[in-house]
Design a protein. Structure first.
Lengths: 228, 228
DNA sequence: CGGTATTTTGAAAGCTCTCAAGGGCCGTGG
DNA sequence: CCACGGCCCTTGAGAGCTTTCAAAATACCG
């Protein structure tokens, strides 16, 4: 979610540029051997994971975001990466990155940190969704997108959804109809305007409040530190 | 979820052993500066994340499992780690591990892989839960626990739950009552026996089937590979 | 311009939550 | 050792939310 394109472009000779992907074209397919990490340069991708019985929309990727970190551990991409629109990416062969980390503590920490960050933010996001109502999930989703667009230098209040309502529904673990109804509800309340895929975030505070609202508050345990 | 205790104990001088933690005692508190990764040696821990408005039960850790990987990226533990019972852990100061990776490609890859694996399996788990009914969530939870105990050399069919129903509920994003009712339903159907915290998995195939059952099946995109 | 995919809306069924109450278990203190 | 209090677990009933099924309106692509 940060803009490290410039940082990484300094690693001379480790980058490959792809020809543009057309809409619906796939960058990698689930099960392909892991070779590289990618960074979205323009457009957007979705990660789709098919597992016995069901297919999951695991993630959306916008420009500047790293894709493929979850393929490191067993050398296989766990899901297909599909372009939501005409998109371009650049590729970092992992063995090159790895070689560079030997003598570069800064890069090594950057890589660790980046993976760890992904781990945590994904976890947090899914945890947040788990206990929430459909309205809260959608509000959270929109705010999250808004934030990401904003960090790219675009407006946080007006942007275009790269994905279909169906994609959003699967991503949030809801039915398409539920998304549609929530959208209508939000518009009726004047919180957003959504014509086609053009979003206007009209009442950000209300959306944030909705996104934050939860259902329950469990207790915590004691707090005694262990001696070292 | 693997047994790397022996592997890691070969890294002489980088391990510290803690005195046992009593039930409800905390190993680290949310916001503490990140210094180390831990491995559970005996007992079990839960990770609790308090965020504006709500508290989440983010994870359970059994013996052999690594704890604290999610603290790497911004040098802070994102949640409190609390013992569910009398427990022992060993500690790996991160800067020591990091220093070791400089000249040890095997360890470096192990660390990368371990973090990446965590990233993926957590993601997969939460994704699975998102679109599922309460029965499916509980069945999945029990099967997951069973698997983990089995890998530790214990029976996959009989084990003791280290956590309360309330903990399970918060972990799965459900109400306690929903868990309780699901348990009763499972027992009525002869799928499990659960007296106090003693679990008997009576009909594993049925539980697995339940855990796998989902609600929807989204479509996938095209499959055209990009030239390199 | 036609065909297909996407989106919206309605109505009924199903699932989960909330609120309430009763019983059981455990650890502590007397 | 027993009694007490607090936490944990279970169950019932009604309300609220989400899904499913069906159908119509709209947008997009070639």
């Amino acid at each position: 979610m940060s803009h490290d394109i410039d940082d990484i472009e300094t690693f001379d000779g480790t980058i490959h540029f792809h020809r543009p992907l057309r809409k619906r074209e796939s960058l990698v397919r689930q099960g392909d051997p892991f070779t590289s990490i990618f960074m979205v340069r323009s457009g957007s991708l979705k990660q789709v994971i098919a597992e016995e019985g069901d297919t999951q929309l695991a993630n959306f990727y916008l420009p500047g975001e790293l894709v493929g970190l979850d393929g490191i551990h067993d050398s296989v991409y766990p899901g297909s990466l599909i372009a939501l629109e005409t998109s371009t990416v650049c590729e970092f062969p992992f063995h090159r990155l790895d070689a560079l980390t030997v003598n570069d503590a800064k890069l090594r920490h950057y890589l660790y940190g980046r993976i760890s960050k992904e781990l945590r933010s994904e976890h947090r996001l899914l945890r947040l969704l788990l206990g929430k109502t459909s309205d809260a999930r959608l509000a959270f989703f929109l705010c999250h997108l808004s934030e990401r667009f904003h960090r790219l230098g675009f407006s946080a209040h007006r942007f275009r959804l790269p994905m279909t309502r169906t994609d959003i529904a699967h991503y949030l673990g809801l039915a398409v109809e539920t998304i549609s109804r929530a959208v209508s509800r939000f518009q009726r309340k004047g919180m957003i305007s959504l014509i086609g895929r053009e979003v206007h975030m009209l009442d950000m505070p209300a959306l944030v409040a909705l996104a934050t609202g939860t259902r329950e508050i469990p207790p915590a345990g004691h707090r005694v530190h262990v001696s070292r």
